[in-house]
Write a protein that binds this ligand. Structure first.
Ligand SMILES: Cc1ncc(COP(=O)(O)O)c(C=O)c1O
Ligand SMILES: [Zn+2]
Length: 428
């Protein structure tokens, strides 16, 4: 079975892109002045029969859009498997680990502390030992597999590795580290656009991965918004390949992110009642939601933001008031705009002032009967402290923010429900 994913379609303007189109990062209607387009994958709901592989990209290969892409451009099964396996080995040589399904375990201490019965409880998916210390590398892996498959099939405009355009990303944290790790593994040059306040430890790590680190102070001519994003977009307009974790800049990040959802579903099956996912740009939650859709199993998805930056919850309300939260993409301007006040929270990895992938997150919440949750800063701190007191996972405040969402709505959840949270990143 191949080609579960049939094509890409813009969730805003409806433009379709054939699955075998190389370098199909963005909607053809997306322009530097109109970024309000995002390609989503169109897939069939199919029986879920993963293989036994420990590597999620092999176990769920047949459900991945990038596998359908490789097939469409003429690569054999053996070739597609080889691209994935070789990249994984190269990453392991750089990162000390390749991709392996990450643990998902009921945490008895937190389940007891929150008053769940033996039937219910809190399951924690631990991404802190994943490649690059967070879930982010999953998103970037499929972007790189797309590039390597396209190269192998000879459908890229450059003739050899020497002619490769550089990769570009805007991020000061986990995504930058994950992107630089994968780029290093295949010796592909990468420009990383970071803010002036980027942490020294992250900069050191990026430099050790031989990334071209570009500190981006605000320029006088910059409009409101993130100067790193502007410099990143300039690099892309000059030919760099967008290699970040926003579906609006590279849709193929939304493919690999789904492995985390499939892992949860494989482990929990129909027994999972709710999944809480912390939301910054929204690619993470959109991907988990999309994974549920492909195989038709539906724990309720709760997208968690903090009170210091909650544009997604606002979009949900606006969408409900203007025709419904399902397929709200055509109403982008009415529903989603940057958070006006300066975003702030200890969960500083989810302070994106705009939820770029909001459409996919809203769709998944509607389809699963979920809802957005806005956690107070007290909940963010309490979740972080609880994680460090009751687990042995060295999670960051961003990584435990899904648990903060659970704390915020615990009273609305029955005590025999099974709840999943993802500890998505390590404390650095
Ligand atoms: C550890 C961690 N968790 C969650 C997120 C949120 O992911 P997304 O921006 O895709 O919503 C981030 C993003 O930076 C992160 O670093
Ligand atoms: Zn479009």
């Amino acid at each position: 079975m191949s080609d579960v994913v049939m094509g890409l379609v813009c969730a805003v303007c409806g433009t379709r892109v054939a699955i075998g189109t190389p370098l199909s990062w963005v909607c053809p209607q997306s322009t530097p002045t109109d970024k309000h387009h995002v390609l989503h994958f169109e897939s069939d709901v199919v029986p879920f029969r993963p293989t036994e592989d420990l590597n999620p990209f092999l176990a769920y290969r047949e459900y991945l859009a990038v596998d359908a892409f490789g097939h469409a451009i003429g690569l054999s099964d053996a070739d597609r498997i080889d691209v994935i396996s070789s990249l994984d080995h190269a990453i392991a040589a750089v990162a000390g680990t390749g991709f392996k399904k990450t643990p998902l375990l009921r945490n008895d201490s937190i389940s007891d502390a929150l008053g769940f019965t033996a039937e219910g409880g809190v399951w924690i998916k631990d991404e802190t030992h994943n490649v690059g210390g967070s879930h982010k590398a999953r998103h970037l892996f499929t972007e790189m597999v797309h590039l390597l498959m396209a190269e192998r099939a000879g459908v890229v405009p450059w003739k050899s590795a020497h002619g490769r355009p550089p990769l570009a990303i805007s991020s000061c944290g986990n995504a930058a580290i994950a992107a630089s790790t994968i780029a290093r593994a295949v010796d592909w040059p990468i420009a990383v656009h970071v803010p002036t306040f980027a942490e020294e430890s992250v900069l050191v790590m990026l430099k050790s991965l031989q990334a071209d680190v570009r500190v981006c102070p605000r320029q006088n001519s910059d409009p409101a918004g993130d100067p790193c994003v502007y410099r990143f977009r300039e690099a892309v307009s000059q030919g760099a390949i967008p290699f970040g974790v926003q579906g609006t800049e590279n849709a193929w990040c939304l493919d690999g992110g789904r492995t985390i959802g499939w892992e949860i579903l494989q482990e929990m099956g129909h027994r999972g009642d709710r999944v809480f996912i912390q939301v910054g740009g929204g690619a993470f939650a959109a991907s988990v939601g999309s994974a549920m859709r492909t195989i038709g199993v539906h724990p309720k998805l709760h997208a968690v933001q903090t009170e210091g930056c909650a544009p997604l919850a606002r979009a949900w309300e606006k969408a409900l008031a203007t025709g419904g939260a399902h397929h709200a993409g055509a109403r982008w301007n009415e529903c989603m705009w940057p958070w006006e006040s300066e975003p702030h929270s200890a969960a500083d990895g989810i302070l994106d002032d705009e939820t770029y992938d909001w459409i996919g997150v809203l769709d998944a919440m509607v389809e699963t009967g979920g809802s957005p949750v806005v956690a107070s800063e007290e909940d963010v701190i309490a979740a972080f402290q609880m994680a460090h007191r009751l687990t042995s996972i060295n999670v960051s405040p961003t990584g435990s923010a899904g648990l903060a969402g659970l704390l915020a709505v615990r009273e609305q959840i029955k005590s025999d429900e099974r709840v999943v949270v993802v500890f998505s990143g390590v404390a650095r």
